[in-house]
Design a protein around this ligand. Structure first.
Ligand SMILES: [Zn+2]
Ligand SMILES: [Zn+2]
Length: 238
């Protein structure tokens, strides 16, 4: 029933606001707010490390992890970073996160879903957007990871879970910190507020840089009994 209502609302919205490219205002491609020209120019991340999504050189053996993941395997099992954090993906992510362009969440969610489908990503039992701390949630008014996850959950039919995990500690902005400081900054940042009845979970974030945020969340989920944690991110920094 809810699906029918959503479908009906979507159809109505596409008549009132026909899909239009957010980058160049041309008509959108297949219901997306992006035209086929801009779509073709997105910075894909095809030869990425399966462990941390770091882009790897073309001559790196396909499917084999990067040196960093071989030395220290991440706490999560797989990381998908659909795109490289370059223009125009960086502009779309920034627009969603810092300029309140909530409709970019739909576009980024659709792009991420398509990419996961193309790569044959295993579908988890639950999708958990990386939670924001209450204080930041109040200042920003929304969680950008959730705004993307809303669309992924519908497109890929994965149940969304925004209740089981909470960010209990406000942390300094990660971008201002070096790697070891990032890890320290995040320790104890997340808690499981109720038991999870899932063995396979994906956590969704807009951008993965060093992976320390998603690592900390994966640690908490695994301690809570989850066997497999995948990371789904729109973009991976290089
Ligand atoms: Zn365009
Ligand atoms: Zn790696």
């Amino acid at each position: 029933m809810a699906g029918t209502v959503y479908h009906w609302i979507d159809s109505l919205l596409s008549v009132v606001y026909p899909p239009t490219c957010v980058l160049c205002r041309a008509p959108g491609h297949r219901g997306m707010d992006l035209c086929s020209g801009c779509l073709a120019e997105l910075p894909h991340n095809p030869s990425a490390c399966p462990g941390c999504a770091l882009p790897l050189p073309d001559d790196h053996p396909l499917g084999s992890p990067c040196g960093g993941c071989q030395r220290t395997p991440p706490l999560f099992d797989h990381c998908y970073g659909a795109f490289l954090y370059r223009e125009p993906i960086s502009r779309l992510v920034g627009g969603l996160k810092f300029q309140g362009h909530l409709h970019y969440g739909r576009l980024l969610g659709e792009l991420l879903s398509r990419n996961l489908r193309e790569r044959g990503a295993a579908i988890p039992e639950l999708l958990i957007p990386v939670p924001l701390h209450g204080q930041r949630m109040r200042t920003r008014g929304y969680n950008q990871a959730l705004e993307i996850a809303r669309w992924v959950t519908r497109t890929l039919a994965v149940p969304l879970d925004t209740e089981s995990c909470a960010r209990t500690r406000a942390t300094a902005a990660q971008s201002d910190l070096a790697l070891e400081a990032r890890r320290r900054n995040l320790r104890g940042a997340f808690t499981l507020v109720r038991p999870l009845r899932a063995r396979h979970v994906a956590v969704l974030d807009d951008v993965v840089t060093t992976g320390s945020t998603v690592s900390e969340l994966a640690r908490v989920l695994k301690r809570g009994g989850v066997e497999r944690v995948d990371v789904w991110a729109v973009a991976r920094t290089e």
